[in-house]
Ligand binder design. Structure first.
Ligand code: NVA
Length: 260
């Protein structure tokens, strides 16, 4: 199921003059019945681009390996890259240059994409997670390696206050991601003290913004007050999924034309 990803991609495809074909998990059984590599080899002979939203990162990578056309990651358990394209566009539109980003919460798929974005673009990223909920060590190592070239300063702590002090962008994500529903009670306990509320935001720079990829669980990862205070930025961020993804699709299409 998907709100922003489906609506923004389908609308973007139509706006660019294309035709979007939506295949739900009921329509095709990715990796079940027919091997993924066969599905990839069939579909990619009939379309110009594929966006996949799934769970396992390994599935999308296998699809991409066998695909003749570009494959866009529309969310997996490991990454959410198109969200970060929208987030960075929002940061730029809010007039924030060279951001200092504080991410408070779960070291999850979104955090992994923040790590990659910071490492590639070179901005400062401070991540505060509870103990035991840190980002994947392999992805962290990869990001730190990339960061050596860009000069990005990336730091980790278990203290939201330390991460947010002086930040220009504060962000978070749900404490219970897809596939973790059974861990809800345990996670709510572990994330106690990690809510982004007004007292935490007060530590950021005066003109700092708050971003949330949505859906937001009020009074868990973010207080209702902070959410509504930054609603303009948050919903601009949601709208920017459309614009940023159109940019990704145009760029991929241009690559395809150059390579053919
Ligand atoms: N971390 C969340 C992102 C939702 C857009 C999840 O994977 O459920």
């Amino acid at each position: 199921s998907s709100t922003r990803t489906r609506v923004s991609f389908e609308t973007g495809i139509y706006q660019l003059g294309g035709v979007g074909l939506f295949l739900s998990s009921n329509d095709i059984q990715l990796g079940r019945g027919e091997p993924m590599k066969d599905t990839a080899r069939v579909i990619s002979r009939m379309v110009d681009m594929v966006m996949i939203r799934t769970f396992e990162q390994s599935k999308i990578e296998e699809f991409a390996r066998y695909s003749k056309v570009p494959v866009i990651n529309g969310l997996t358990d490991a990454y959410h890259p198109v969200q970060l394209m929208a987030d960075y566009l929002t940061i730029l539109e809010c007039g924030i240059d060279n951001p200092i980003v504080a991410y408070v919460g779960d070291g999850n798929n979104l955090t992994h994409s923040w790590l990659m974005l910071s490492a590639k673009l070179g901005f400062e990223l401070r991540i505060a997670t509870p103990k035991g909920y840190e980002s994947d060590a392999t992805i962290v190592a990869e990001a730190l390696e990339i960061a050596k070239e860009s000069g990005a300063k990336i730091s980790f702590s278990n203290d939201p206050k330390e991460a947010v002090a002086g930040a220009t962008v504060v962000t978070t994500d749900t404490w219970v991601s897809m596939g973790q529903e059974d861990e809800k009670a345990e996670r709510l306990k572990a994330f106690d003290g990690y809510i982004v509320d007004s007292s935490l935001m007060a530590l950021a720079q005066k003109d700092a913004i708050f971003l949330h990829c949505l859906p937001a669980y009020r009074d868990y990862e973010v207080s209702e007050e902070v959410f509504e205070q930054y609603a303009d930025e948050i919903f601009l961020e949601a709208e920017n999924r459309l614009h940023a993804q159109k940019g990704v699709m145009v760029w991929l299409d241009q690559q395809r034309r150059v390579n053919n």
